[in-house]
Design a protein around this ligand. Structure first.
Ligand code: PMP
Length: 460
């Protein structure tokens, strides 16, 4: 299904190759020490097409990172490139003025919602990042309710700006920055592989959400009624953890009952990643606010938006502004992306390829005692690694698998608690052949890493 000049992954040099090494050294000298990806994926990129990416040394990799879930139709999909190229000569930056292409984009996005929601929702375009969308959602809910606190969930990731970071679970980046947004309360998420309440499947009755229900209904619970409950339906950076259906449905019922706006952060899960346009559709709920960003344009052009209930639309003109809210190129690409998704039945491909990936990962997990759980939805998958003797997160092994995958021509990510989850976000239009190629590379990577690791740990 992908349009690609590349046929398969092929490495010509060790990783990093000599040219990549030069760029990485120059980057080290001139760029911030806060950079991340090149530390774990030490390559400099020359170009990319479809599911493949080529580094400056001519090594070709299958890309299962896709710009952190941004490139839903792979790199530089030709129809999206054509749409962007045409728009480039017409009009590029439009603040929040209406334009024909923006109108088409808005209509196309709303048309992807479940039928019952289409007329009820409207959009606000934010500054072009997921974090900015999250900030806008929190601001909207505070303004509407007049309340100040926000409830969110352990393990969640919502971005790097001040408020978004305050809503994020991961402590490694937070701890260094004093003075977080006050009034944020973290509740346990349905992360059953490591139950936050220490329960086992036979003793669990989704007590994590019972705790939230009781806390919010307790007159001595200490938490005033919040402005919003903000959640991911599949925690992505948190280690690919799909919330259980019961958990999400009870959060929805509770927030309805207490009249608390429910914000779903679909920055990563949105635009087809989980097999439906938005993940909330699979939970049979209707949120009040959806935050969308990454794959809205389908080609990597930045954009972010809130899609929210018209009843909440009480904020004043200028309540959430931003210079880069009107990226016409992103709108043009996004319109073309939805056309391709519909025409090529991309969501069906997500389901079919997702099932194949799940089966391959389960097979892989059965080969090593270090695999604790295979999790995912649609084409968002992870395999959590843990020490079989102690249960501790096997972060070093995950990193070793990531490095070995790269040597075998496959780009994957790590995430989750202590980065112990090997994560995959392939293009949504990936072909069965490309997926099989990636699974073979991953199997080789696991075998190499597992062998090295077991030997190094002296546990043969
Ligand atoms: N929310 C979620 C669920 C995300 O996965 C991310 C990015 N990984 C963000 C928010 C932040 O998006 P951005 O990096 O574009 O600010």
């Amino acid at each position: 299904m992908t349009h690609t000049a590349y046929r398969r992954a092929a490495l010509r040099t060790p990783v990093p190759g000599p040219l990549s090494k030069q760029y990485l050294d120059r980057q080290d000298e001139h760029e911030s020490s806060a950079r991340t990806y090149p530390r774990r994926l030490p390559i400099a990129v020359k170009r990319a097409q479809g599911s493949y990416l080529e580094d400056v040394d001519g090594n070709v990799y299958l890309d299962f990172l896709t710009g952190a879930g941004v490139l839903s139709l792979g790199h530089s999909h030709p129809e999206l490139v054509a749409a962007v190229t045409t728009q480039l000569g017409e009009f590029v930056h439009g603040l929040d003025l209406p334009t024909p292409i923006k109108d088409r984009f808005t209509e196309a996005q709303l048309s992807m919602l479940p039928e019952g929601m289409r007329d009820r929702m409207k959009m606000h375009f934010c500054g072009p990042t997921g974090a900015n969308g999250v900030e806008a959602a929190v601001k909207l809910c505070k303004i509407v309710t007049g309340r100040s606190d926000v409830i969110t969930f352990q393990g969640g990731f919502h971005g790097s700006t001040a408020a978004a970071m305050a809503l994020t679970g991961a402590l490694d980046t937070k701890e260094a920055v004093p003075n977080h947004l006050p009034g944020v309360h973290f509740f346990p998420y349905s992360y059953c592989a490591r139950c936050p309440l220490g329960l086992t499947p036979d003793t669990c009755e989704t007590n994590c959400v019972t705790y939230l229900e009781r806390a919010l209904n307790d007159s001595n619970g200490g938490i005033v009624k919040p402005a919003a409950v903000v959640m991911e339906l599949v925690q992505g950076e948190g280690g690919v953890i799909p919330a259980t259906k019961e958990f999400v449905q009870r959060v929805r019922a509770l927030t309805r009952e207490l009249e608390i706006p429910m914000v779903v952060d679909e920055v990563q899960t949105g635009c087809g990643r989980t097999g439906t346009w938005f993940a909330f559709e699979q939970y049979d709920i209707e949120p009040d606010v959806i935050v969308a960003s990454k794959a809205l344009s389908g080609i990597g052009l930045p954009i972010a938006a809130l899609i929210y209930d018209k009843a909440l639309d009480t904020w004043k003109p200028g309540a959430h502004i931003g210079t880069f809210r009107g990226n016409q190129l992103a709108f043009a690409a996004g319109v073309a992306a939805i056309e391709v998704v519909r025409r090529d039945r991309v969501l069906e491909n997500v389901a079919a390829r997702g099932a194949e990936l799940q089966a391959a990962l389960n097979e892989l997990a059965a080969r090593t005692p270090w695999a604790r759980e295979v999790r995912g939805l649609g084409l968002m998958w992870g395999i959590e690694l843990a020490d079989p003797a102690t249960g501790a997160p096997a972060s070093a092994l995950a990193r070793e698998v990531q490095a070995a995958a790269l040597r075998n021509g496959l780009i994957v990510e790590v995430g989750g608690r202590a980065d112990c989850v090997v994560r995959m976000l392939p293009p949504l239009n990936i072909s069965a052949e490309e997926l099989a190629e990636a699974c073979a590379a991953l199997t080789a990577a696991f075998d190499e890493a597992d062998e090295d690791f077991t030997a190094a740990a002296g546990r043969e």
